[in-house]
Design a protein around this ligand. Sequence first.
Ligand code: HEC
Length: 231
Amino acid sequence: MTMGDLFEKAFLFALSFFGSRFKLLLGLTALATVGVVTIAGFRGDLTRRRPIYIFPDMKWQFKLRPQTKAGFHIWPNDMSSRPQVMGTLAQRSGFADDTTWQLNTINTGKEAGAFAEVNPFPITLELVRRGQERYGVYCQPCHGAQADGNGMTKKLGMTTVANLHDQRIIRLPDGDIFTTISVGKNTMYGYAAQIPVKDRWAIVAYVRALQISRLGLEADVPAPVLEKFKK
Ligand code: HEC
């Protein structure tokens, strides 16, 4: 029996089964539809199976994922890319918990949508000293060593620098000052790209120290220190 004979037999059997050529066509179309839907599913269906790619375009291509083993030698350690350059800053900090950065007070200066009232870092001498040093680098040129707005830039014509001893600024929550350092305020630019998150909080702590320096009373100074000043 040849292939042709076989097809003829199959055709005649199908014809007798469906009754007419038209019904046969209808039946085969229905069968094909069911077949395609079974294999391919409806358009828009979600599936974990790989789609059938007739034209793969550039969906599979040779590429390297950043900071992974490359599998061959490009950079030292066979990594796919080089580590960050020394001194690269994270504009956002790592998290102790598993919240996203938007929900993290340390990164945003906010707590439940409002500015955080107090610095999320414990105020240690070390933190304030760091803040003093960084304030000297980033804020003093404009705000002045005493934070009264009399920095170098005033001599150069910048006259709108805020006096941080202003009653309104003293009353601002810590998170508000943190946000001003991060994203700026009116004519002051933000410093998120230059100052890492923890240093910004250190500066906030130091700004508070500067403010207290003008608000403190004689009674606040420990006796031995006061002695020294009176000499
Ligand atoms: C290039 C100059 C410049 C530098 C540097 C600068 N500031 Fe300012 N800052 C300004 C000016 C100008 C204003 C007033 C902005 C305004 O309201 O128009 C201001 C305003 C502020 C305010 C008041 C914000 C408010 O709510 O009104 C704070 C707080 C402040 N700066 C903190 C800092 C700190 C902290 C640093 C250092 C990280 C810093 N600034 C660096 C120029 C500067």
